[in-house]
Design a protein around this ligand. Structure first.
Ligand code: HSE
Length: 432
């Protein structure tokens, strides 16, 4: 039976999960693969901290090149994250004729073109199931199961940390900081949680999915990204009263001409299946011309769910190599990619939830609704809360009918100039 040696670069949470899975599930892996997998070398800057897994003597090194240049190693797993030196390591691995598996969404979102081309040129496999949605097999689904389908929408909760925070704020009336700290302690959040809470991690993931779904490379800088740091317990409470929950959504829609891709908090109806995807769970909804709608739900982060996706990719590469193939399915799902223009936010239309903080005096509502009317915005329903007892104003929230984003943004600028408005107004888009 063939034994395949693997090199691991990055021995953090997921790396330890991979080592654990390879040890504890070695029997099922061998039975399904018809080969055995062995960790040949592991590189990390820290080789002294106990990761809670057994590593044979001589396997750990601080020198990534010792892994990349080892002639016995056939597959490199890159788990250090970030752009550099991850990019250089992956390119060197491919240059050295080694297949690559990575969980690095930032790297693929930014340098996907270069990395996929390098793998294609060499006829090598590149697995990245773990980069989006952890244990959810979304990459494999788009690349294989949905390969005859014309995808038109991908919409997902793809950041476990943000979902954990919003769920905790909703269910336990917990404040943002406490929820974030817990997510970090549990190892869901990135080292720098800014990427999670500001929507950047979700943008990386939707850029990768957009590439696979429509065969279109996506420039990260063109994606509108808004995180969850402005969401208040008041927003969550009002959303509930209107029958919605607030989720951080990554959205990518293709109308045949251009792609609307964005990340922002969105209100979704409580009876929508994704509204009840809570905690660290992720959900990804795919719509197309053949199956209409498919929602995949699962663990989006964590050592074992993400580690399982990594090991699954390793097994796919070994299966291909056992039948003499470098790759069988194009890494990017299409044989080649074609640029498609992205819609600007000014071109989109949606329903909106608007939150104002206003002085509790006669005529306020008339002023605000007048401005909305002047911008062709029609109010669907409205809540005004309490009395202005402390001079800080009262919350006034509205749901408005489908409107052009540009009109809404222009109206908010005008409304915020009114002397009866106490603080910058906020909007949350409604995705129905
Ligand atoms: N920080 C990420 C999340 C990990 O919270 O979803 C998985 O990419």
């Amino acid at each position: 039976m063939k034994n395949v040696k693997i090199g691991l670069i990055g021995f953090g949470t997921i790396g330890a999960g991979v080592v654990k899975i390879l040890a504890e599930n070695a029997d099922v892996i061998r039975q399904r693969l018809g080969a055995t997998l062995e960790v040949g070398k592991i590189a990390d800057l820290d080789i002294t901290t106990d990761r809670g897994v057994q590593v044979p003597k001589g396997v750990l090194t601080t020198d990534a090149d010792a892994v990349l240049d080892d002639p016995e190693i056939e597959i490199i797993i890159e788990l250090i994250g970030g752009y550099e030196p991850a990019r250089s390591f992956v390119l060197k691995a491919l240059q050295n004729g080694k297949h690559v598996v990575t969980a690095n969404k930032a790297l693929l979102a930014k340098h996907g073109e270069e990395i996929f081309s390098a793998a294609d040129e060499k006829g090598l496999g590149i697995g990245f199931e773990a980069a989006v949605g952890g244990a959810i097999p979304i990459i494999r689904s788009i690349r294989e199961a949905f390969s005859a389908n014309r995808i038109c929408t991908i919409e997902g909760i793809v950041n476990g940390t943000a979902n954990y925070i919003l769920s905790k704020m909703s269910d336990e009336n917990c404040d943002f900081q406490t929820a974030l700290q817990e997510a970090q302690e549990k190892g869901f959040a990135e080292a720098d949680p800014t990427f999670d809470i500001e929507g950047i991690d979700s943008a990386h993931k939707i850029a990768i999915l957009t590439r696979l779904a429509y065969g279109a490379p996506t420039n990260l800088d063109e994606i509108t990204v808004q995180g969850i740091t402005n969401i208040t317990p008041e927003d969550i409470e009002c959303a509930r009263e209107f029958g919605y929950r607030i989720k951080l959504l990554a959205i990518s829609k293709f109308d045949g001409n251009s792609i609307d891709v964005r990340v922002h908090p969105a209100m979704i109806r409580m009876d929508h299946p994704m509204a009840n995807v809570n905690g660290v769970l992720n959900a990804i909804r795919v719509c197309d011309d053949l199956m209409e709608e498919n929602i995949l739900i699962g663990h989006g982060a964590g050592a074992l769910p993400t580690g399982a996706a990594v090991v699954g990719d390793v097994m796919e590469i070994v299966r291909n190599s056992l039948i003499g193939k470098g790759t069988r399915v194009p890494a990017q799902s299409f044989q080649k990619t074609t640029p498609i223009s992205l819609k600007s936010m000014d071109e989109i239309e949606a329903e909106y939830f608007l939150r104002f903080r206003v002085k509790d005096v006669p005529g306020v509502l008339a002023k605000i609704s007048g401005i909305l009317g002047n911008h062709s915005i029609s109010i669907e329903s409205m809540i005004q809360r309490g009395r202005d007892d402390n001079g800080k104003g009262v919350p006034l929230v509205m749901m408005i009918h489908r409107s052009a984003e540009k009109n809404v943004q222009d109206a908010l600028i005008e409304i915020d100039r009114l002397d009866v408005v106490c603080e910058k107004s906020n909007l949350i888009r409604v995705e129905n």
